[in-house]
Ligand binder design. Structure first.
Ligand SMILES: Nc1ncnc2c1ncn2[C@@H]1O[C@H](COP(=O)(O)OP(=O)(O)OP(=O)(O)O)[C@@H](O)[C@H]1O
Ligand SMILES: [Mg+2]
Length: 1027
């Protein structure tokens, strides 16, 4: 059985989970209805065990049942699940205890301790490893600290190799007690560790019961050690060859892989920081123990006792670093001091064997202690973990001590172990049973004290001063004369006879006498009766190692041994140390007692076969006092809770306490329980807590809460959602307001700025307008600039669109000159653009039109009508196709008689000719053509004046044609414009021949008429087209 204690203040029962979760049994025995029944207790364990639920609470104590198989409940995810979660909110687990302890340490800043108790094989060591792993995984770790974490974890395989062995109960049974402190800094990170070891079962080095093995390290070395190493150590790879390994007839165990374990241990030694030299020394010592076992004695020639195995001796002297002859001497002789004189006397065969075994045990035992010291050095936060930095750090202690042992034959080792457990039980009683009863007292609750067995009487029997078993043993060891185991037994009978828990063969009555043999004494432990054989008690207590053997070892040049065996030991003549074992665990007690303890009880159902062995469990339940523990917890009240927490949890069940109770807490709880209909016998109100007697009361309250929960959840959800949405809405609204105000502010400021600007401008404008006629001055400069600017901008935006558009805005006075320049520029620009755009034919047309304009503009009536009519290249299609000349049909009037004759006028580049029916009638060279006369009316008449002195030439020619302006223009152009065109208003005079002249009179009339008048003039009447 195995115990872990959780702080007394955690009294909560996992109400919420009681009903909902984990319906297989109850997860806290306190809630067991039939709590007095051991059967119900075991049934609950069994049912849970059947469902692989190995953990159950008794209040704040954790009971664990060894499943002996991997349950997969120790993963990282599991660790996370238990992290920071309230103790009872989640199903019981060792991680819950670990986490709770850790948090208690951090929040209360007080050192904590987890006590683990249980019988061999119950799983104490496994639990302590799980706890360590939990801290290693979940605590914050820096790079620097990760080395320490690794060392903490790696210390286990090393200690287990040297301190664990296969026993009948457990393949990996711890054969020493271990108290481990893990030191945490203020952030909760592990920064150091310290291990205290107790009671190594040294007798195992030289003897093992049937079916058991020596410490693992021997087998690991033989199985895993490299051949070179073994040869160096003088060993063979066969455990059967070594006397110290064959006693139990069990060299191999199926569940143990020595070869792999060897590798693990070697690696761990490196991680922890062991020097290669130190490891070498360590292995030398291990090998020397095996050689010691094989060292045999026999009779010499003279009948004296001597060593018969020389090779062993050689190896021993080499491995232990001692003088061979001195060792031989020391193993076969003893030095005694009689009357101040030292004498050497030979040892008998049995004595020599005992001396050899004592040496093996001493060497191994002290090496183990050295190992722990080395590990502690490597784990130490600073040189002195406990003194320095104590103020800022806290520790969590883990006590893993082997459990109560009862064998067929029990000896001094079992006595020590069982006494240790007895003390542990005392501690447990003090921490749980007593404190429980004290709580009722403190709370002023009247109740019937529950009787439980207080094992103090047994502790006193063992450790009492002068009259205690240990004192008597010590005295007997040191007594002069011939003390023996039997004389010790007699002394016990004399001193302790009549004690209720002490029985011997002599002291027992006829009925019980059979149960105790003559060399035994029986102790009635809290956990059961155990018969101890007194054989070897004295020697084992003295831890017999002859002085001369010690002297030899003290001379050793092996570093490790010289640290284990101090020279002062042999020179110091003071009272020898005897009761090493028994004192150490008293120390355990005081040490753990100074810490807040968390207790876990582990029940070992049955090993190897994975079933629930009821008898075994019953026995453990009994000797761990679990029923008593439960009874005390229940006798009073199954449940207690501070008013505040109780009210906090159940206040929703009563309208008067919901949502908040304003008065005193006690009154609030009273109101609540009244409303819930608690009967007076069901509960008691203490000073600060409410105590509920029956679980069913709590269950029904819990059920009500469960039923109420949906509504509560709904209310909470609604409120929360409402709150969240409202908060969101308010946030958005606030944001909107901020944005709006910023935006509006900006807009208004902008508007105001614009308005101010506008006002300024208008003001300037008006002022400028008033002063517009003044010289440029500050008052009018804006106005003037504006005028100028707007005039220029207007021009820029609306320039004249075409050359014909003569409009131009009126400039302000200051821009008059510039405006003119601009207008010119603009016109030129437009004209230039126009000219660049113009086609060659059009250009020609224009040139002709220009010529026409120069000749006729404002002179001839028909001119405006001719402007839009385009000039053509020729009016005669045939002529045009032949030459580059212009042709038109004309009417020629004879100079005399004015007879009208149709002709065609052709104009070439150098002359004009009149043609009638393809016959040239008259040719007029341009050089001879003096001038042309036309009237100002729209008549189509023209007279070509030709010099009359030239006889060859006929005289002036009178022609009429349509398109007169075109013809005259062409003619003028072809004749290079040297021809003068006369414009006459009313008559044209022309030469007829030989000095005679003809006249054409022009008059305006409604229509064109040509007639001969009385004066012999030709009278032309033409309409006036333009007024
Ligand atoms: N929680 C567990 N899950 C699975 N197996 C377990 C568990 N606890 C213990 N065991 C098994 O039980 C064996 C014995 O456990 P452990 O060595 O811890 O016992 P112990 O209580 O320390 O015994 P001893 O007093 O002999 O040292 C382990 O080797 C392991 O196989
Ligand atoms: Mg163990």
């Amino acid at each position: 059985l195995l115990w872990i204690l959780i702080p007394g203040r955690v009294h909560l029962v996992m109400e919420s989970t009681l009903t909902a979760r984990d319906r297989v049994g109850v997860q806290d025995f306190v809630l067991l209805e039939n709590y007095t029944s051991e059967a119900a207790f075991i049934e609950n364990l069994r049912r849970r065990f059947g469902e692989n639920l190995i953990y159950t609470y008794i209040g704040s104590v954790l009971v664990s049942v060894n499943p002996n198989k991997d349950l997969e409940i120790y993963s990282k995810a599991h660790m996370e699940r238990y992290r920071g979660v309230s103790f009872y909110e989640i199903s019981p687990h060792i991680y819950a205890v670990s986490d709770n302890t850790y948090r208690a340490m951090r929040t209360e800043r007080r050192d904590q301790c987890i006590l683990i108790s249980g019988e061999s094989g119950a799983g104490k060591t496994e639990v302590s490893k799980k706890i360590l792993q939990y801290y290693a995984t979940t605590c914050p770790v820096t790079d620097h600290l990760s080395t320490l974490r690794d060392r903490l974890l790696q210390s286990n395989p090393v200690l287990e190799a040297f301190g664990n062995a296969k026993t009948l109960r457990n393949d990996n049974s711890s054969r020493f007690g271990k108290y481990m402190d893990v030191q945490f800094d203020f952030r909760g990170a592990p920064i150091g560790g310290h291990i205290l070891n107790y009671l190594l079962e040294k007798s195992r080095v030289v003897h093992q019961n049937h079916g058991e093995r020596n410490f693992h390290i021997f087998y690991q070395l033989l199985e895993g050690g490299e051949q070179d190493l073994l040869s160096k150590l003088g060993l063979e790879r066969n455990a059967q060859k070594y006397q110290y390994l064959v006693k139990g007839c069990c060299p191999r165990v199926s569940s143990i892989n020595d070869k792999n374990d060897w590798r693990t241990v070697r690696k761990a030694l490196t991680v922890i920081g062991f020097h290669e030299d130190e490891v070498e020394d360590l292995l030398n010592i291990i090998a020397s123990v095996l050689h010691l076992g094989n060292t045999q004695f026999g009779e010499g020639k003279n009948g004296e006792n001597q060593i018969t195995t020389e090779p062993q001796l050689k190896y021993l002297s080499k491995l232990l670093g001692v003088d061979g002859a001195a060792l031989r001497e020391a193993l076969t002789h003893k030095k005694i001091t009689a009357k101040g004189e030292e004498m050497i006397s030979p040892l008998s065969f049995e004595q020599a064997v005992a001396a050899r075994d004592a040496l093996a045990k001493a060497v191994y035992g002290r090496t183990f202690t050295w190992l722990v010291v080395k590990i502690n050095q490597s784990l130490a936060f600073k040189d002195d973990v406990y003194n320095s930095s104590k103020g800022s750090s806290s520790v969590i202690g883990l006590l893993d001590i082997y459990g109560f042992e009862v064998f067929q034959h029990n000896s001094f080792e079992q006595f020590c172990i069982n006494y240790c457990n007895e003390k542990l039980q005392q501690l447990f009683i003090e921490l749980t049973l007593k404190s429980e009863q004290e709580e009722y007292e403190a709370e002023g609750i009247t109740w019937e004290p529950v009787k439980y067995f207080d094992n103090k009487i047994i502790c006193d029997l063992v450790e009492g001063k002068h009259k205690g078993l240990i004192s008597i043993l010590d005295e007997e060891c040191l007594r002069p004369g011939e003390p023996s185991d039997i004389s010790f037994l007699e002394k016990l009978e004399d001193t302790l006879g009549g004690h209720a828990h002490f029985v011997t063969h002599k002291l027992s009555n006829g009925k019980t006498r059979k149960a105790v043999s003559r060399e035994e004494f029986k102790l009635i432990h809290y956990a059961g009766e155990v018969n101890y054989s007194v054989n070897g008690f004295l020697d084992k207590n003295k831890d017999l190692l002859y002085r001369n053997l010690k002297e030899v070892i003290c001379q050793s040049n092996c570093q490790v041994l010289s640290q284990c065996f101090h020279r002062e030991e042999v020179t110091d003549q003071k009272r020898p140390e005897t009761v090493r074992y028994t004192h150490t665990h008293t120390h355990t007690h005081t040490h753990t007692h100074s810490l807040i303890c968390h207790l876990s009880v582990i029940i070992h159902p049955v090993k190897s076969i994975r079933r629930f062995d009821e008898a075994l469990v019953r026995h453990q339940v009994k000797y761990l006092g679990l029923m008593e523990n439960l009874r005390v917890r229940r006798a009073g009240f199954a449940y207690r809770r501070h008013y505040e927490t109780f009210l906090q949890r159940y206040k929703s069940l009563c309208p008067r306490t919901w949502p908040n109770w304003q008065g005193r807490l006690a009154d609030g709880v009273a109101t609540l329980v009244q409303h819930l209909g608690y009967k007076p016998e069901e509960y008691k109100l203490g000073k600060t807590k409410i105590f509920i007697r029956f679980p069913k009361t709590l269950f029904s309250t819990e059920d009500s809460l469960e039923a109420r929960r949906p509504a509560l959840v709904l209310t909470l959800q609604t409120s929360w959602r409402g709150y969240r949405e409202r908060a969101k809405y308010l946030r958005i609204r606030q944001a909107v307001i901020v944005i709006q105000s910023a935006w509006r502010g900006m807009i208004s400021r902008q508007k105001a700025r614009r308005r101010r600007h506008a006002v300024d401008i208008i003001r300037k404008f008006i002022k400028g307008f008033i002063y517009r006629h003044y010289e440029r001055c500050p008052e009018n400069e804006y106005f003037l600039d504006h005028q100028r600017f707007s005039f220029l901008m207007m021009l820029f935006r609306n320039p004249p669109k075409s050359v014909l558009d003569k409009s131009w805005p009126i400039p302000p006075p200051c821009l008059t000159e510039a405006s003119e320049h601009l207008c010119r520029l603009c016109m030129r620009n437009m004209m230039r653009a126009y000219c660049r755009r113009i086609q060659p034919e059009w250009k020609k047309q224009m040139e002709q039109k220009v010529v026409a304009s120069q000749i006729f503009k404002d002179q001839k009536d028909s001119y405006p009508q001719s402007v839009p009519k385009l000039f053509v290249a020729s009016r005669l299609s045939r002529v045009h196709s032949l030459t580059q000349c212009y042709g038109i049909a004309v009417t020629k009037y004879d100079r005399r008689g004015y007879k009208a004759r149709p002709r065609q006028l052709l104009l070439t580049s150098s002359f004009a000719m009149l043609v009638a029916e393809a016959k040239l009638k008259q040719r007029i060279d341009y050089a001879t053509l003096r001038s042309i006369s036309v009237s100002s009316l729209s008549d189509g008449f023209m007279v070509l004046h030709v010099p009359s002195e030239d006889n060859k030439q006929k005289s002036d020619v009178v022609l009429q044609c349509d398109h007169l302006i075109e013809v005259v223009t062409k003619l003028a152009t072809m004749a290079d414009k040297k021809i003068k065109v006369n414009m006459s208003q009313d008559s044209i005079t022309f030469a007829v021949a030989r000095g005679k002249e003809g006249v054409i009179d022009f008059t305006s009339g409604p229509e064109l008429k040509v007639a001969k008048c009385k004066k012999g003039h030709l009278l032309v009447t033409a309409p006036k087209l333009n007024p």
